[in-house]
Design a protein around this ligand. Structure first.
Ligand code: AVI
Length: 322
């Protein structure tokens, strides 16, 4: 697999984002994309196996059960681009169904080089597949993939695992609109969305008994210590999951257990925390089926089909660019 590398000044950008988030008046925050360094990505992989967190298994079940139906509905010939490929395990079902019909090029787009490498290892044995990975942000990568397409070649974009839920609703619609602008009419987007469920089920999923999600969240502070020379004492922060009924999301926070000051060298910053104050690190928005149809429409897609899991409320939505 060819991985097209970029070398942005990521430490500088990370430090600037941390400074902006921790000096915000009111609620302090850190961007959820920084949860996924190599350690965070490995912990997320463990989360996906937790009994309380059914999301990833529902996503995979749907893809396994309906891959042929999904592929039958696509305009062909088609190449596949995936936004955030992760390990590639779920994608195998779609790629195998497609490779039975045609030789297929698969473009995983990932900011994590280790995830790209893992995905290549997972999928390279599929017959009739070519894999060309892009170490890029989603939209930059998709622009490059679109530039590679030949005349008459359609694109299927995969945005699985309800990653869309980590955007707030307006940002999610804006993002889908940007994806749509890169596509051509008849191209498709397979969008995974976690559906609304009870608060009890959500709190268990985002604050599991074993403390894996807590470790995933706290790793963000450990990462800032490692990469930006900060002095966060991890034993003085605790993971909190809370439901936000207004935004229909579950939020992750890190709560300061006492009054404390933390220095962050690379951000030239010293931050004060009062006891009980939180840093907001992630929101996971939950959807209804009609809402997905309507947000797809707003972004310039027609929703051609929805498949819903029978064990964990989750939907795979096939959207066609109009
Ligand atoms: C990647 N994303 C869809 C996960 C979610 O459920 O929002 C990330 C996650 N955060 C805590 N657990 C899992």
């Amino acid at each position: 697999m060819l991985i097209q590398a970029i070398t942005p000044n990521t430490t500088y950008e990370f430090a600037a984002d941390v400074r902006a988030g921790l000096t915000k008046p009111g609620q302090k925050e850190l961007l959820s994309k920084y949860l996924y360094d190599d350690v965070g990505s490995a912990i997320f992989e463990v989360i996906s196996h937790l009994p309380e967190y059914g999301l990833t298994r529902a996503d995979e079940r749907l893809l396994r059960r309906h891959a042929h139906d999904i592929v039958d509905r696509l305009a062909t010939p088609v190449s596949v681009a995936e936004l955030g490929s992760g390990s590639g395990r779920k994608t195998r079902h779609i790629l195998e169904a497609l490779c039975r019909r045609q030789r297929t090029t698969y473009y995983p787009i990932e900011i994590s080089p280790s995830a790209l490498a893992m995905c290549e290892r997972e999928l390279r044995d599929i017959e009739s597949i070519s894999i060309l990975g892009f170490e890029r942000e989603y939209l930059d990568g998709l622009l490059e993939v679109a530039a590679h397409r030949s005349t008459g070649q359609h694109l299927l974009v995969l945005f699985l695992g309800s990653t869309i839920g980590n955007f707030d609703r307006p940002a999610g619609i804006k993002f889908l609109g940007e994806v749509r602008r890169i596509l051509q009419p008849g191209d498709s987007l397979l969008l995974g969305t976690d559906l609304e469920k009870s608060s009890v089920q959500l709190l268990a999923a985002y604050d599991d008994e074993l403390g894996v999600t807590a470790a995933f969240n706290l790793n963000l502070l450990a990462r800032i210590n490692r990469e930006l020379g900060a002095t966060f004492d991890l034993s003085q922060f605790e993971h909190v999951a809370r439901i936000n009924h207004e935004t229909r999301s579950v939020e992750m926070h890190l709560r300061s257990m006492r009054r404390q000051t933390v220095a962050i060298d690379a951000a030239e910053l010293s931050v004060e925390f009062i006891e009980g104050e939180t840093i907001w690190t992630e929101s996971s928005h939950k959807y209804s089926l009609p809402e997905v149809v309507s947000l797809a429409h707003t972004a310039g897609f027609r929703c051609a089909a929805q498949w819903v899991d029978d064990q964990w409320p989750f939907a795979e939505n096939l959207l066609i660019a109009e």
